[in-house]
Design a protein around this ligand. Structure first.
Ligand SMILES: *[C@@H]1O[C@H](CO)[C@@H](O)[C@H](O)[C@H]1NC(C)=O
Ligand SMILES: *[C@@H]1O[C@H](CO)[C@@H](O)[C@H](O)[C@H]1NC(C)=O
Ligand SMILES: *[C@@H]1O[C@H](CO)[C@@H](O)[C@H](O)[C@H]1NC(C)=O
Length: 192
């Protein structure tokens, strides 16, 4: 009895630590230009990770979002300042353009079928800068970088992330609407 309680406690503890910020699996990651981030979180869906540097004075956060990529498709990460799901999310998206460049730009998810075309890149509801992307051969990942001036007070936000396998005529196409692709939302406290 005592032993099984101990085992249960151990299992519960490990599953909590596995998801907490700066868990060793993400903290040990090395970026291509050795950028350092104070915190990271292994996100619960799509094999993704968010690295972030929060600055309380000014309430800004610099992020690096890592998602597995097979060299095609697109990845996106964003904040939903006034809701919890996809609609209303202010995001940064990246994909490999047919001209060979990786392109990265802000986009507003104003419906369940938003235009994510580069030509429709929009001003977000809050300032975003340093938007960039790279393909990291090691690990086969797409990385999107951005610095966000957080809207409102406080460091807790709902965030949304995504990965789509298809880009058509240089426009990110709809992601699957089942499984992990519709579960990839959550809350994050950038001060942790
Ligand atoms: C994150 O913050 C640390 C400490 O201030 C700094 O050394 C590092 O360069 C920052 N990283 C990025 C990517 O801005
Ligand atoms: C490819 O297209 C994108 C989007 O129009 C543009 O920003 C980028 O500079 C282009 N790259 C090359 C190598 O032409
Ligand atoms: C969120 O709601 C606030 C208050 O209604 C509004 O000022 C702000 O523009 C909204 N933000 C976005 C991104 O829609």
């Amino acid at each position: 009895m005592a032993l099984s309680l101990f085992l249960l406690a151990t299992i519960a503890f490990s599953s909590v630590t596995a998801q907490s910020p700066s868990s060793s699996s993400c903290a040990s990651h090395t970026f291509s230009s050795s950028q350092l981030y104070g915190s990271c979180a292994t996100l619960p869906h799509l094999g993704t990770t968010l690295h972030y540097n929060y600055t309380a004075a000014g309430n800004t956060v610099s992020v690096a979002f890592r998602a597995p990529s097979k060299g095609a498709g697109w990845v996106a990460w964003g904040l939903n300042p006034n809701g919890t799901g996809m609609v209303g999310t202010q995001a940064v998206v990246a994909f490999r353009h047919s001209n060979g460049s990786l392109v990265a730009y802000p986009t507003v998810l104003d419906s369940y079928a938003p235009s994510m075309a580069p030509a429709d890149a929009a001003e977000l509801g809050f300032p975003v800068s340093d938007v960039a992307a790279e393909y990291a051969k090691k690990g086969g990942e797409m990385v999107v970088y951005a610095t966000v001036a957080l809207p409102g007070k406080g460091s807790k936000f709902n965030h949304v992330w995504q990965q789509g396998s298809s880009v058509v005529n240089d426009v990110p196409a709809a992601h699957p609407t089942t499984g992990d692709n519709i579960l990839s939302t959550g809350a994050i406290d950038f001060s942790k």
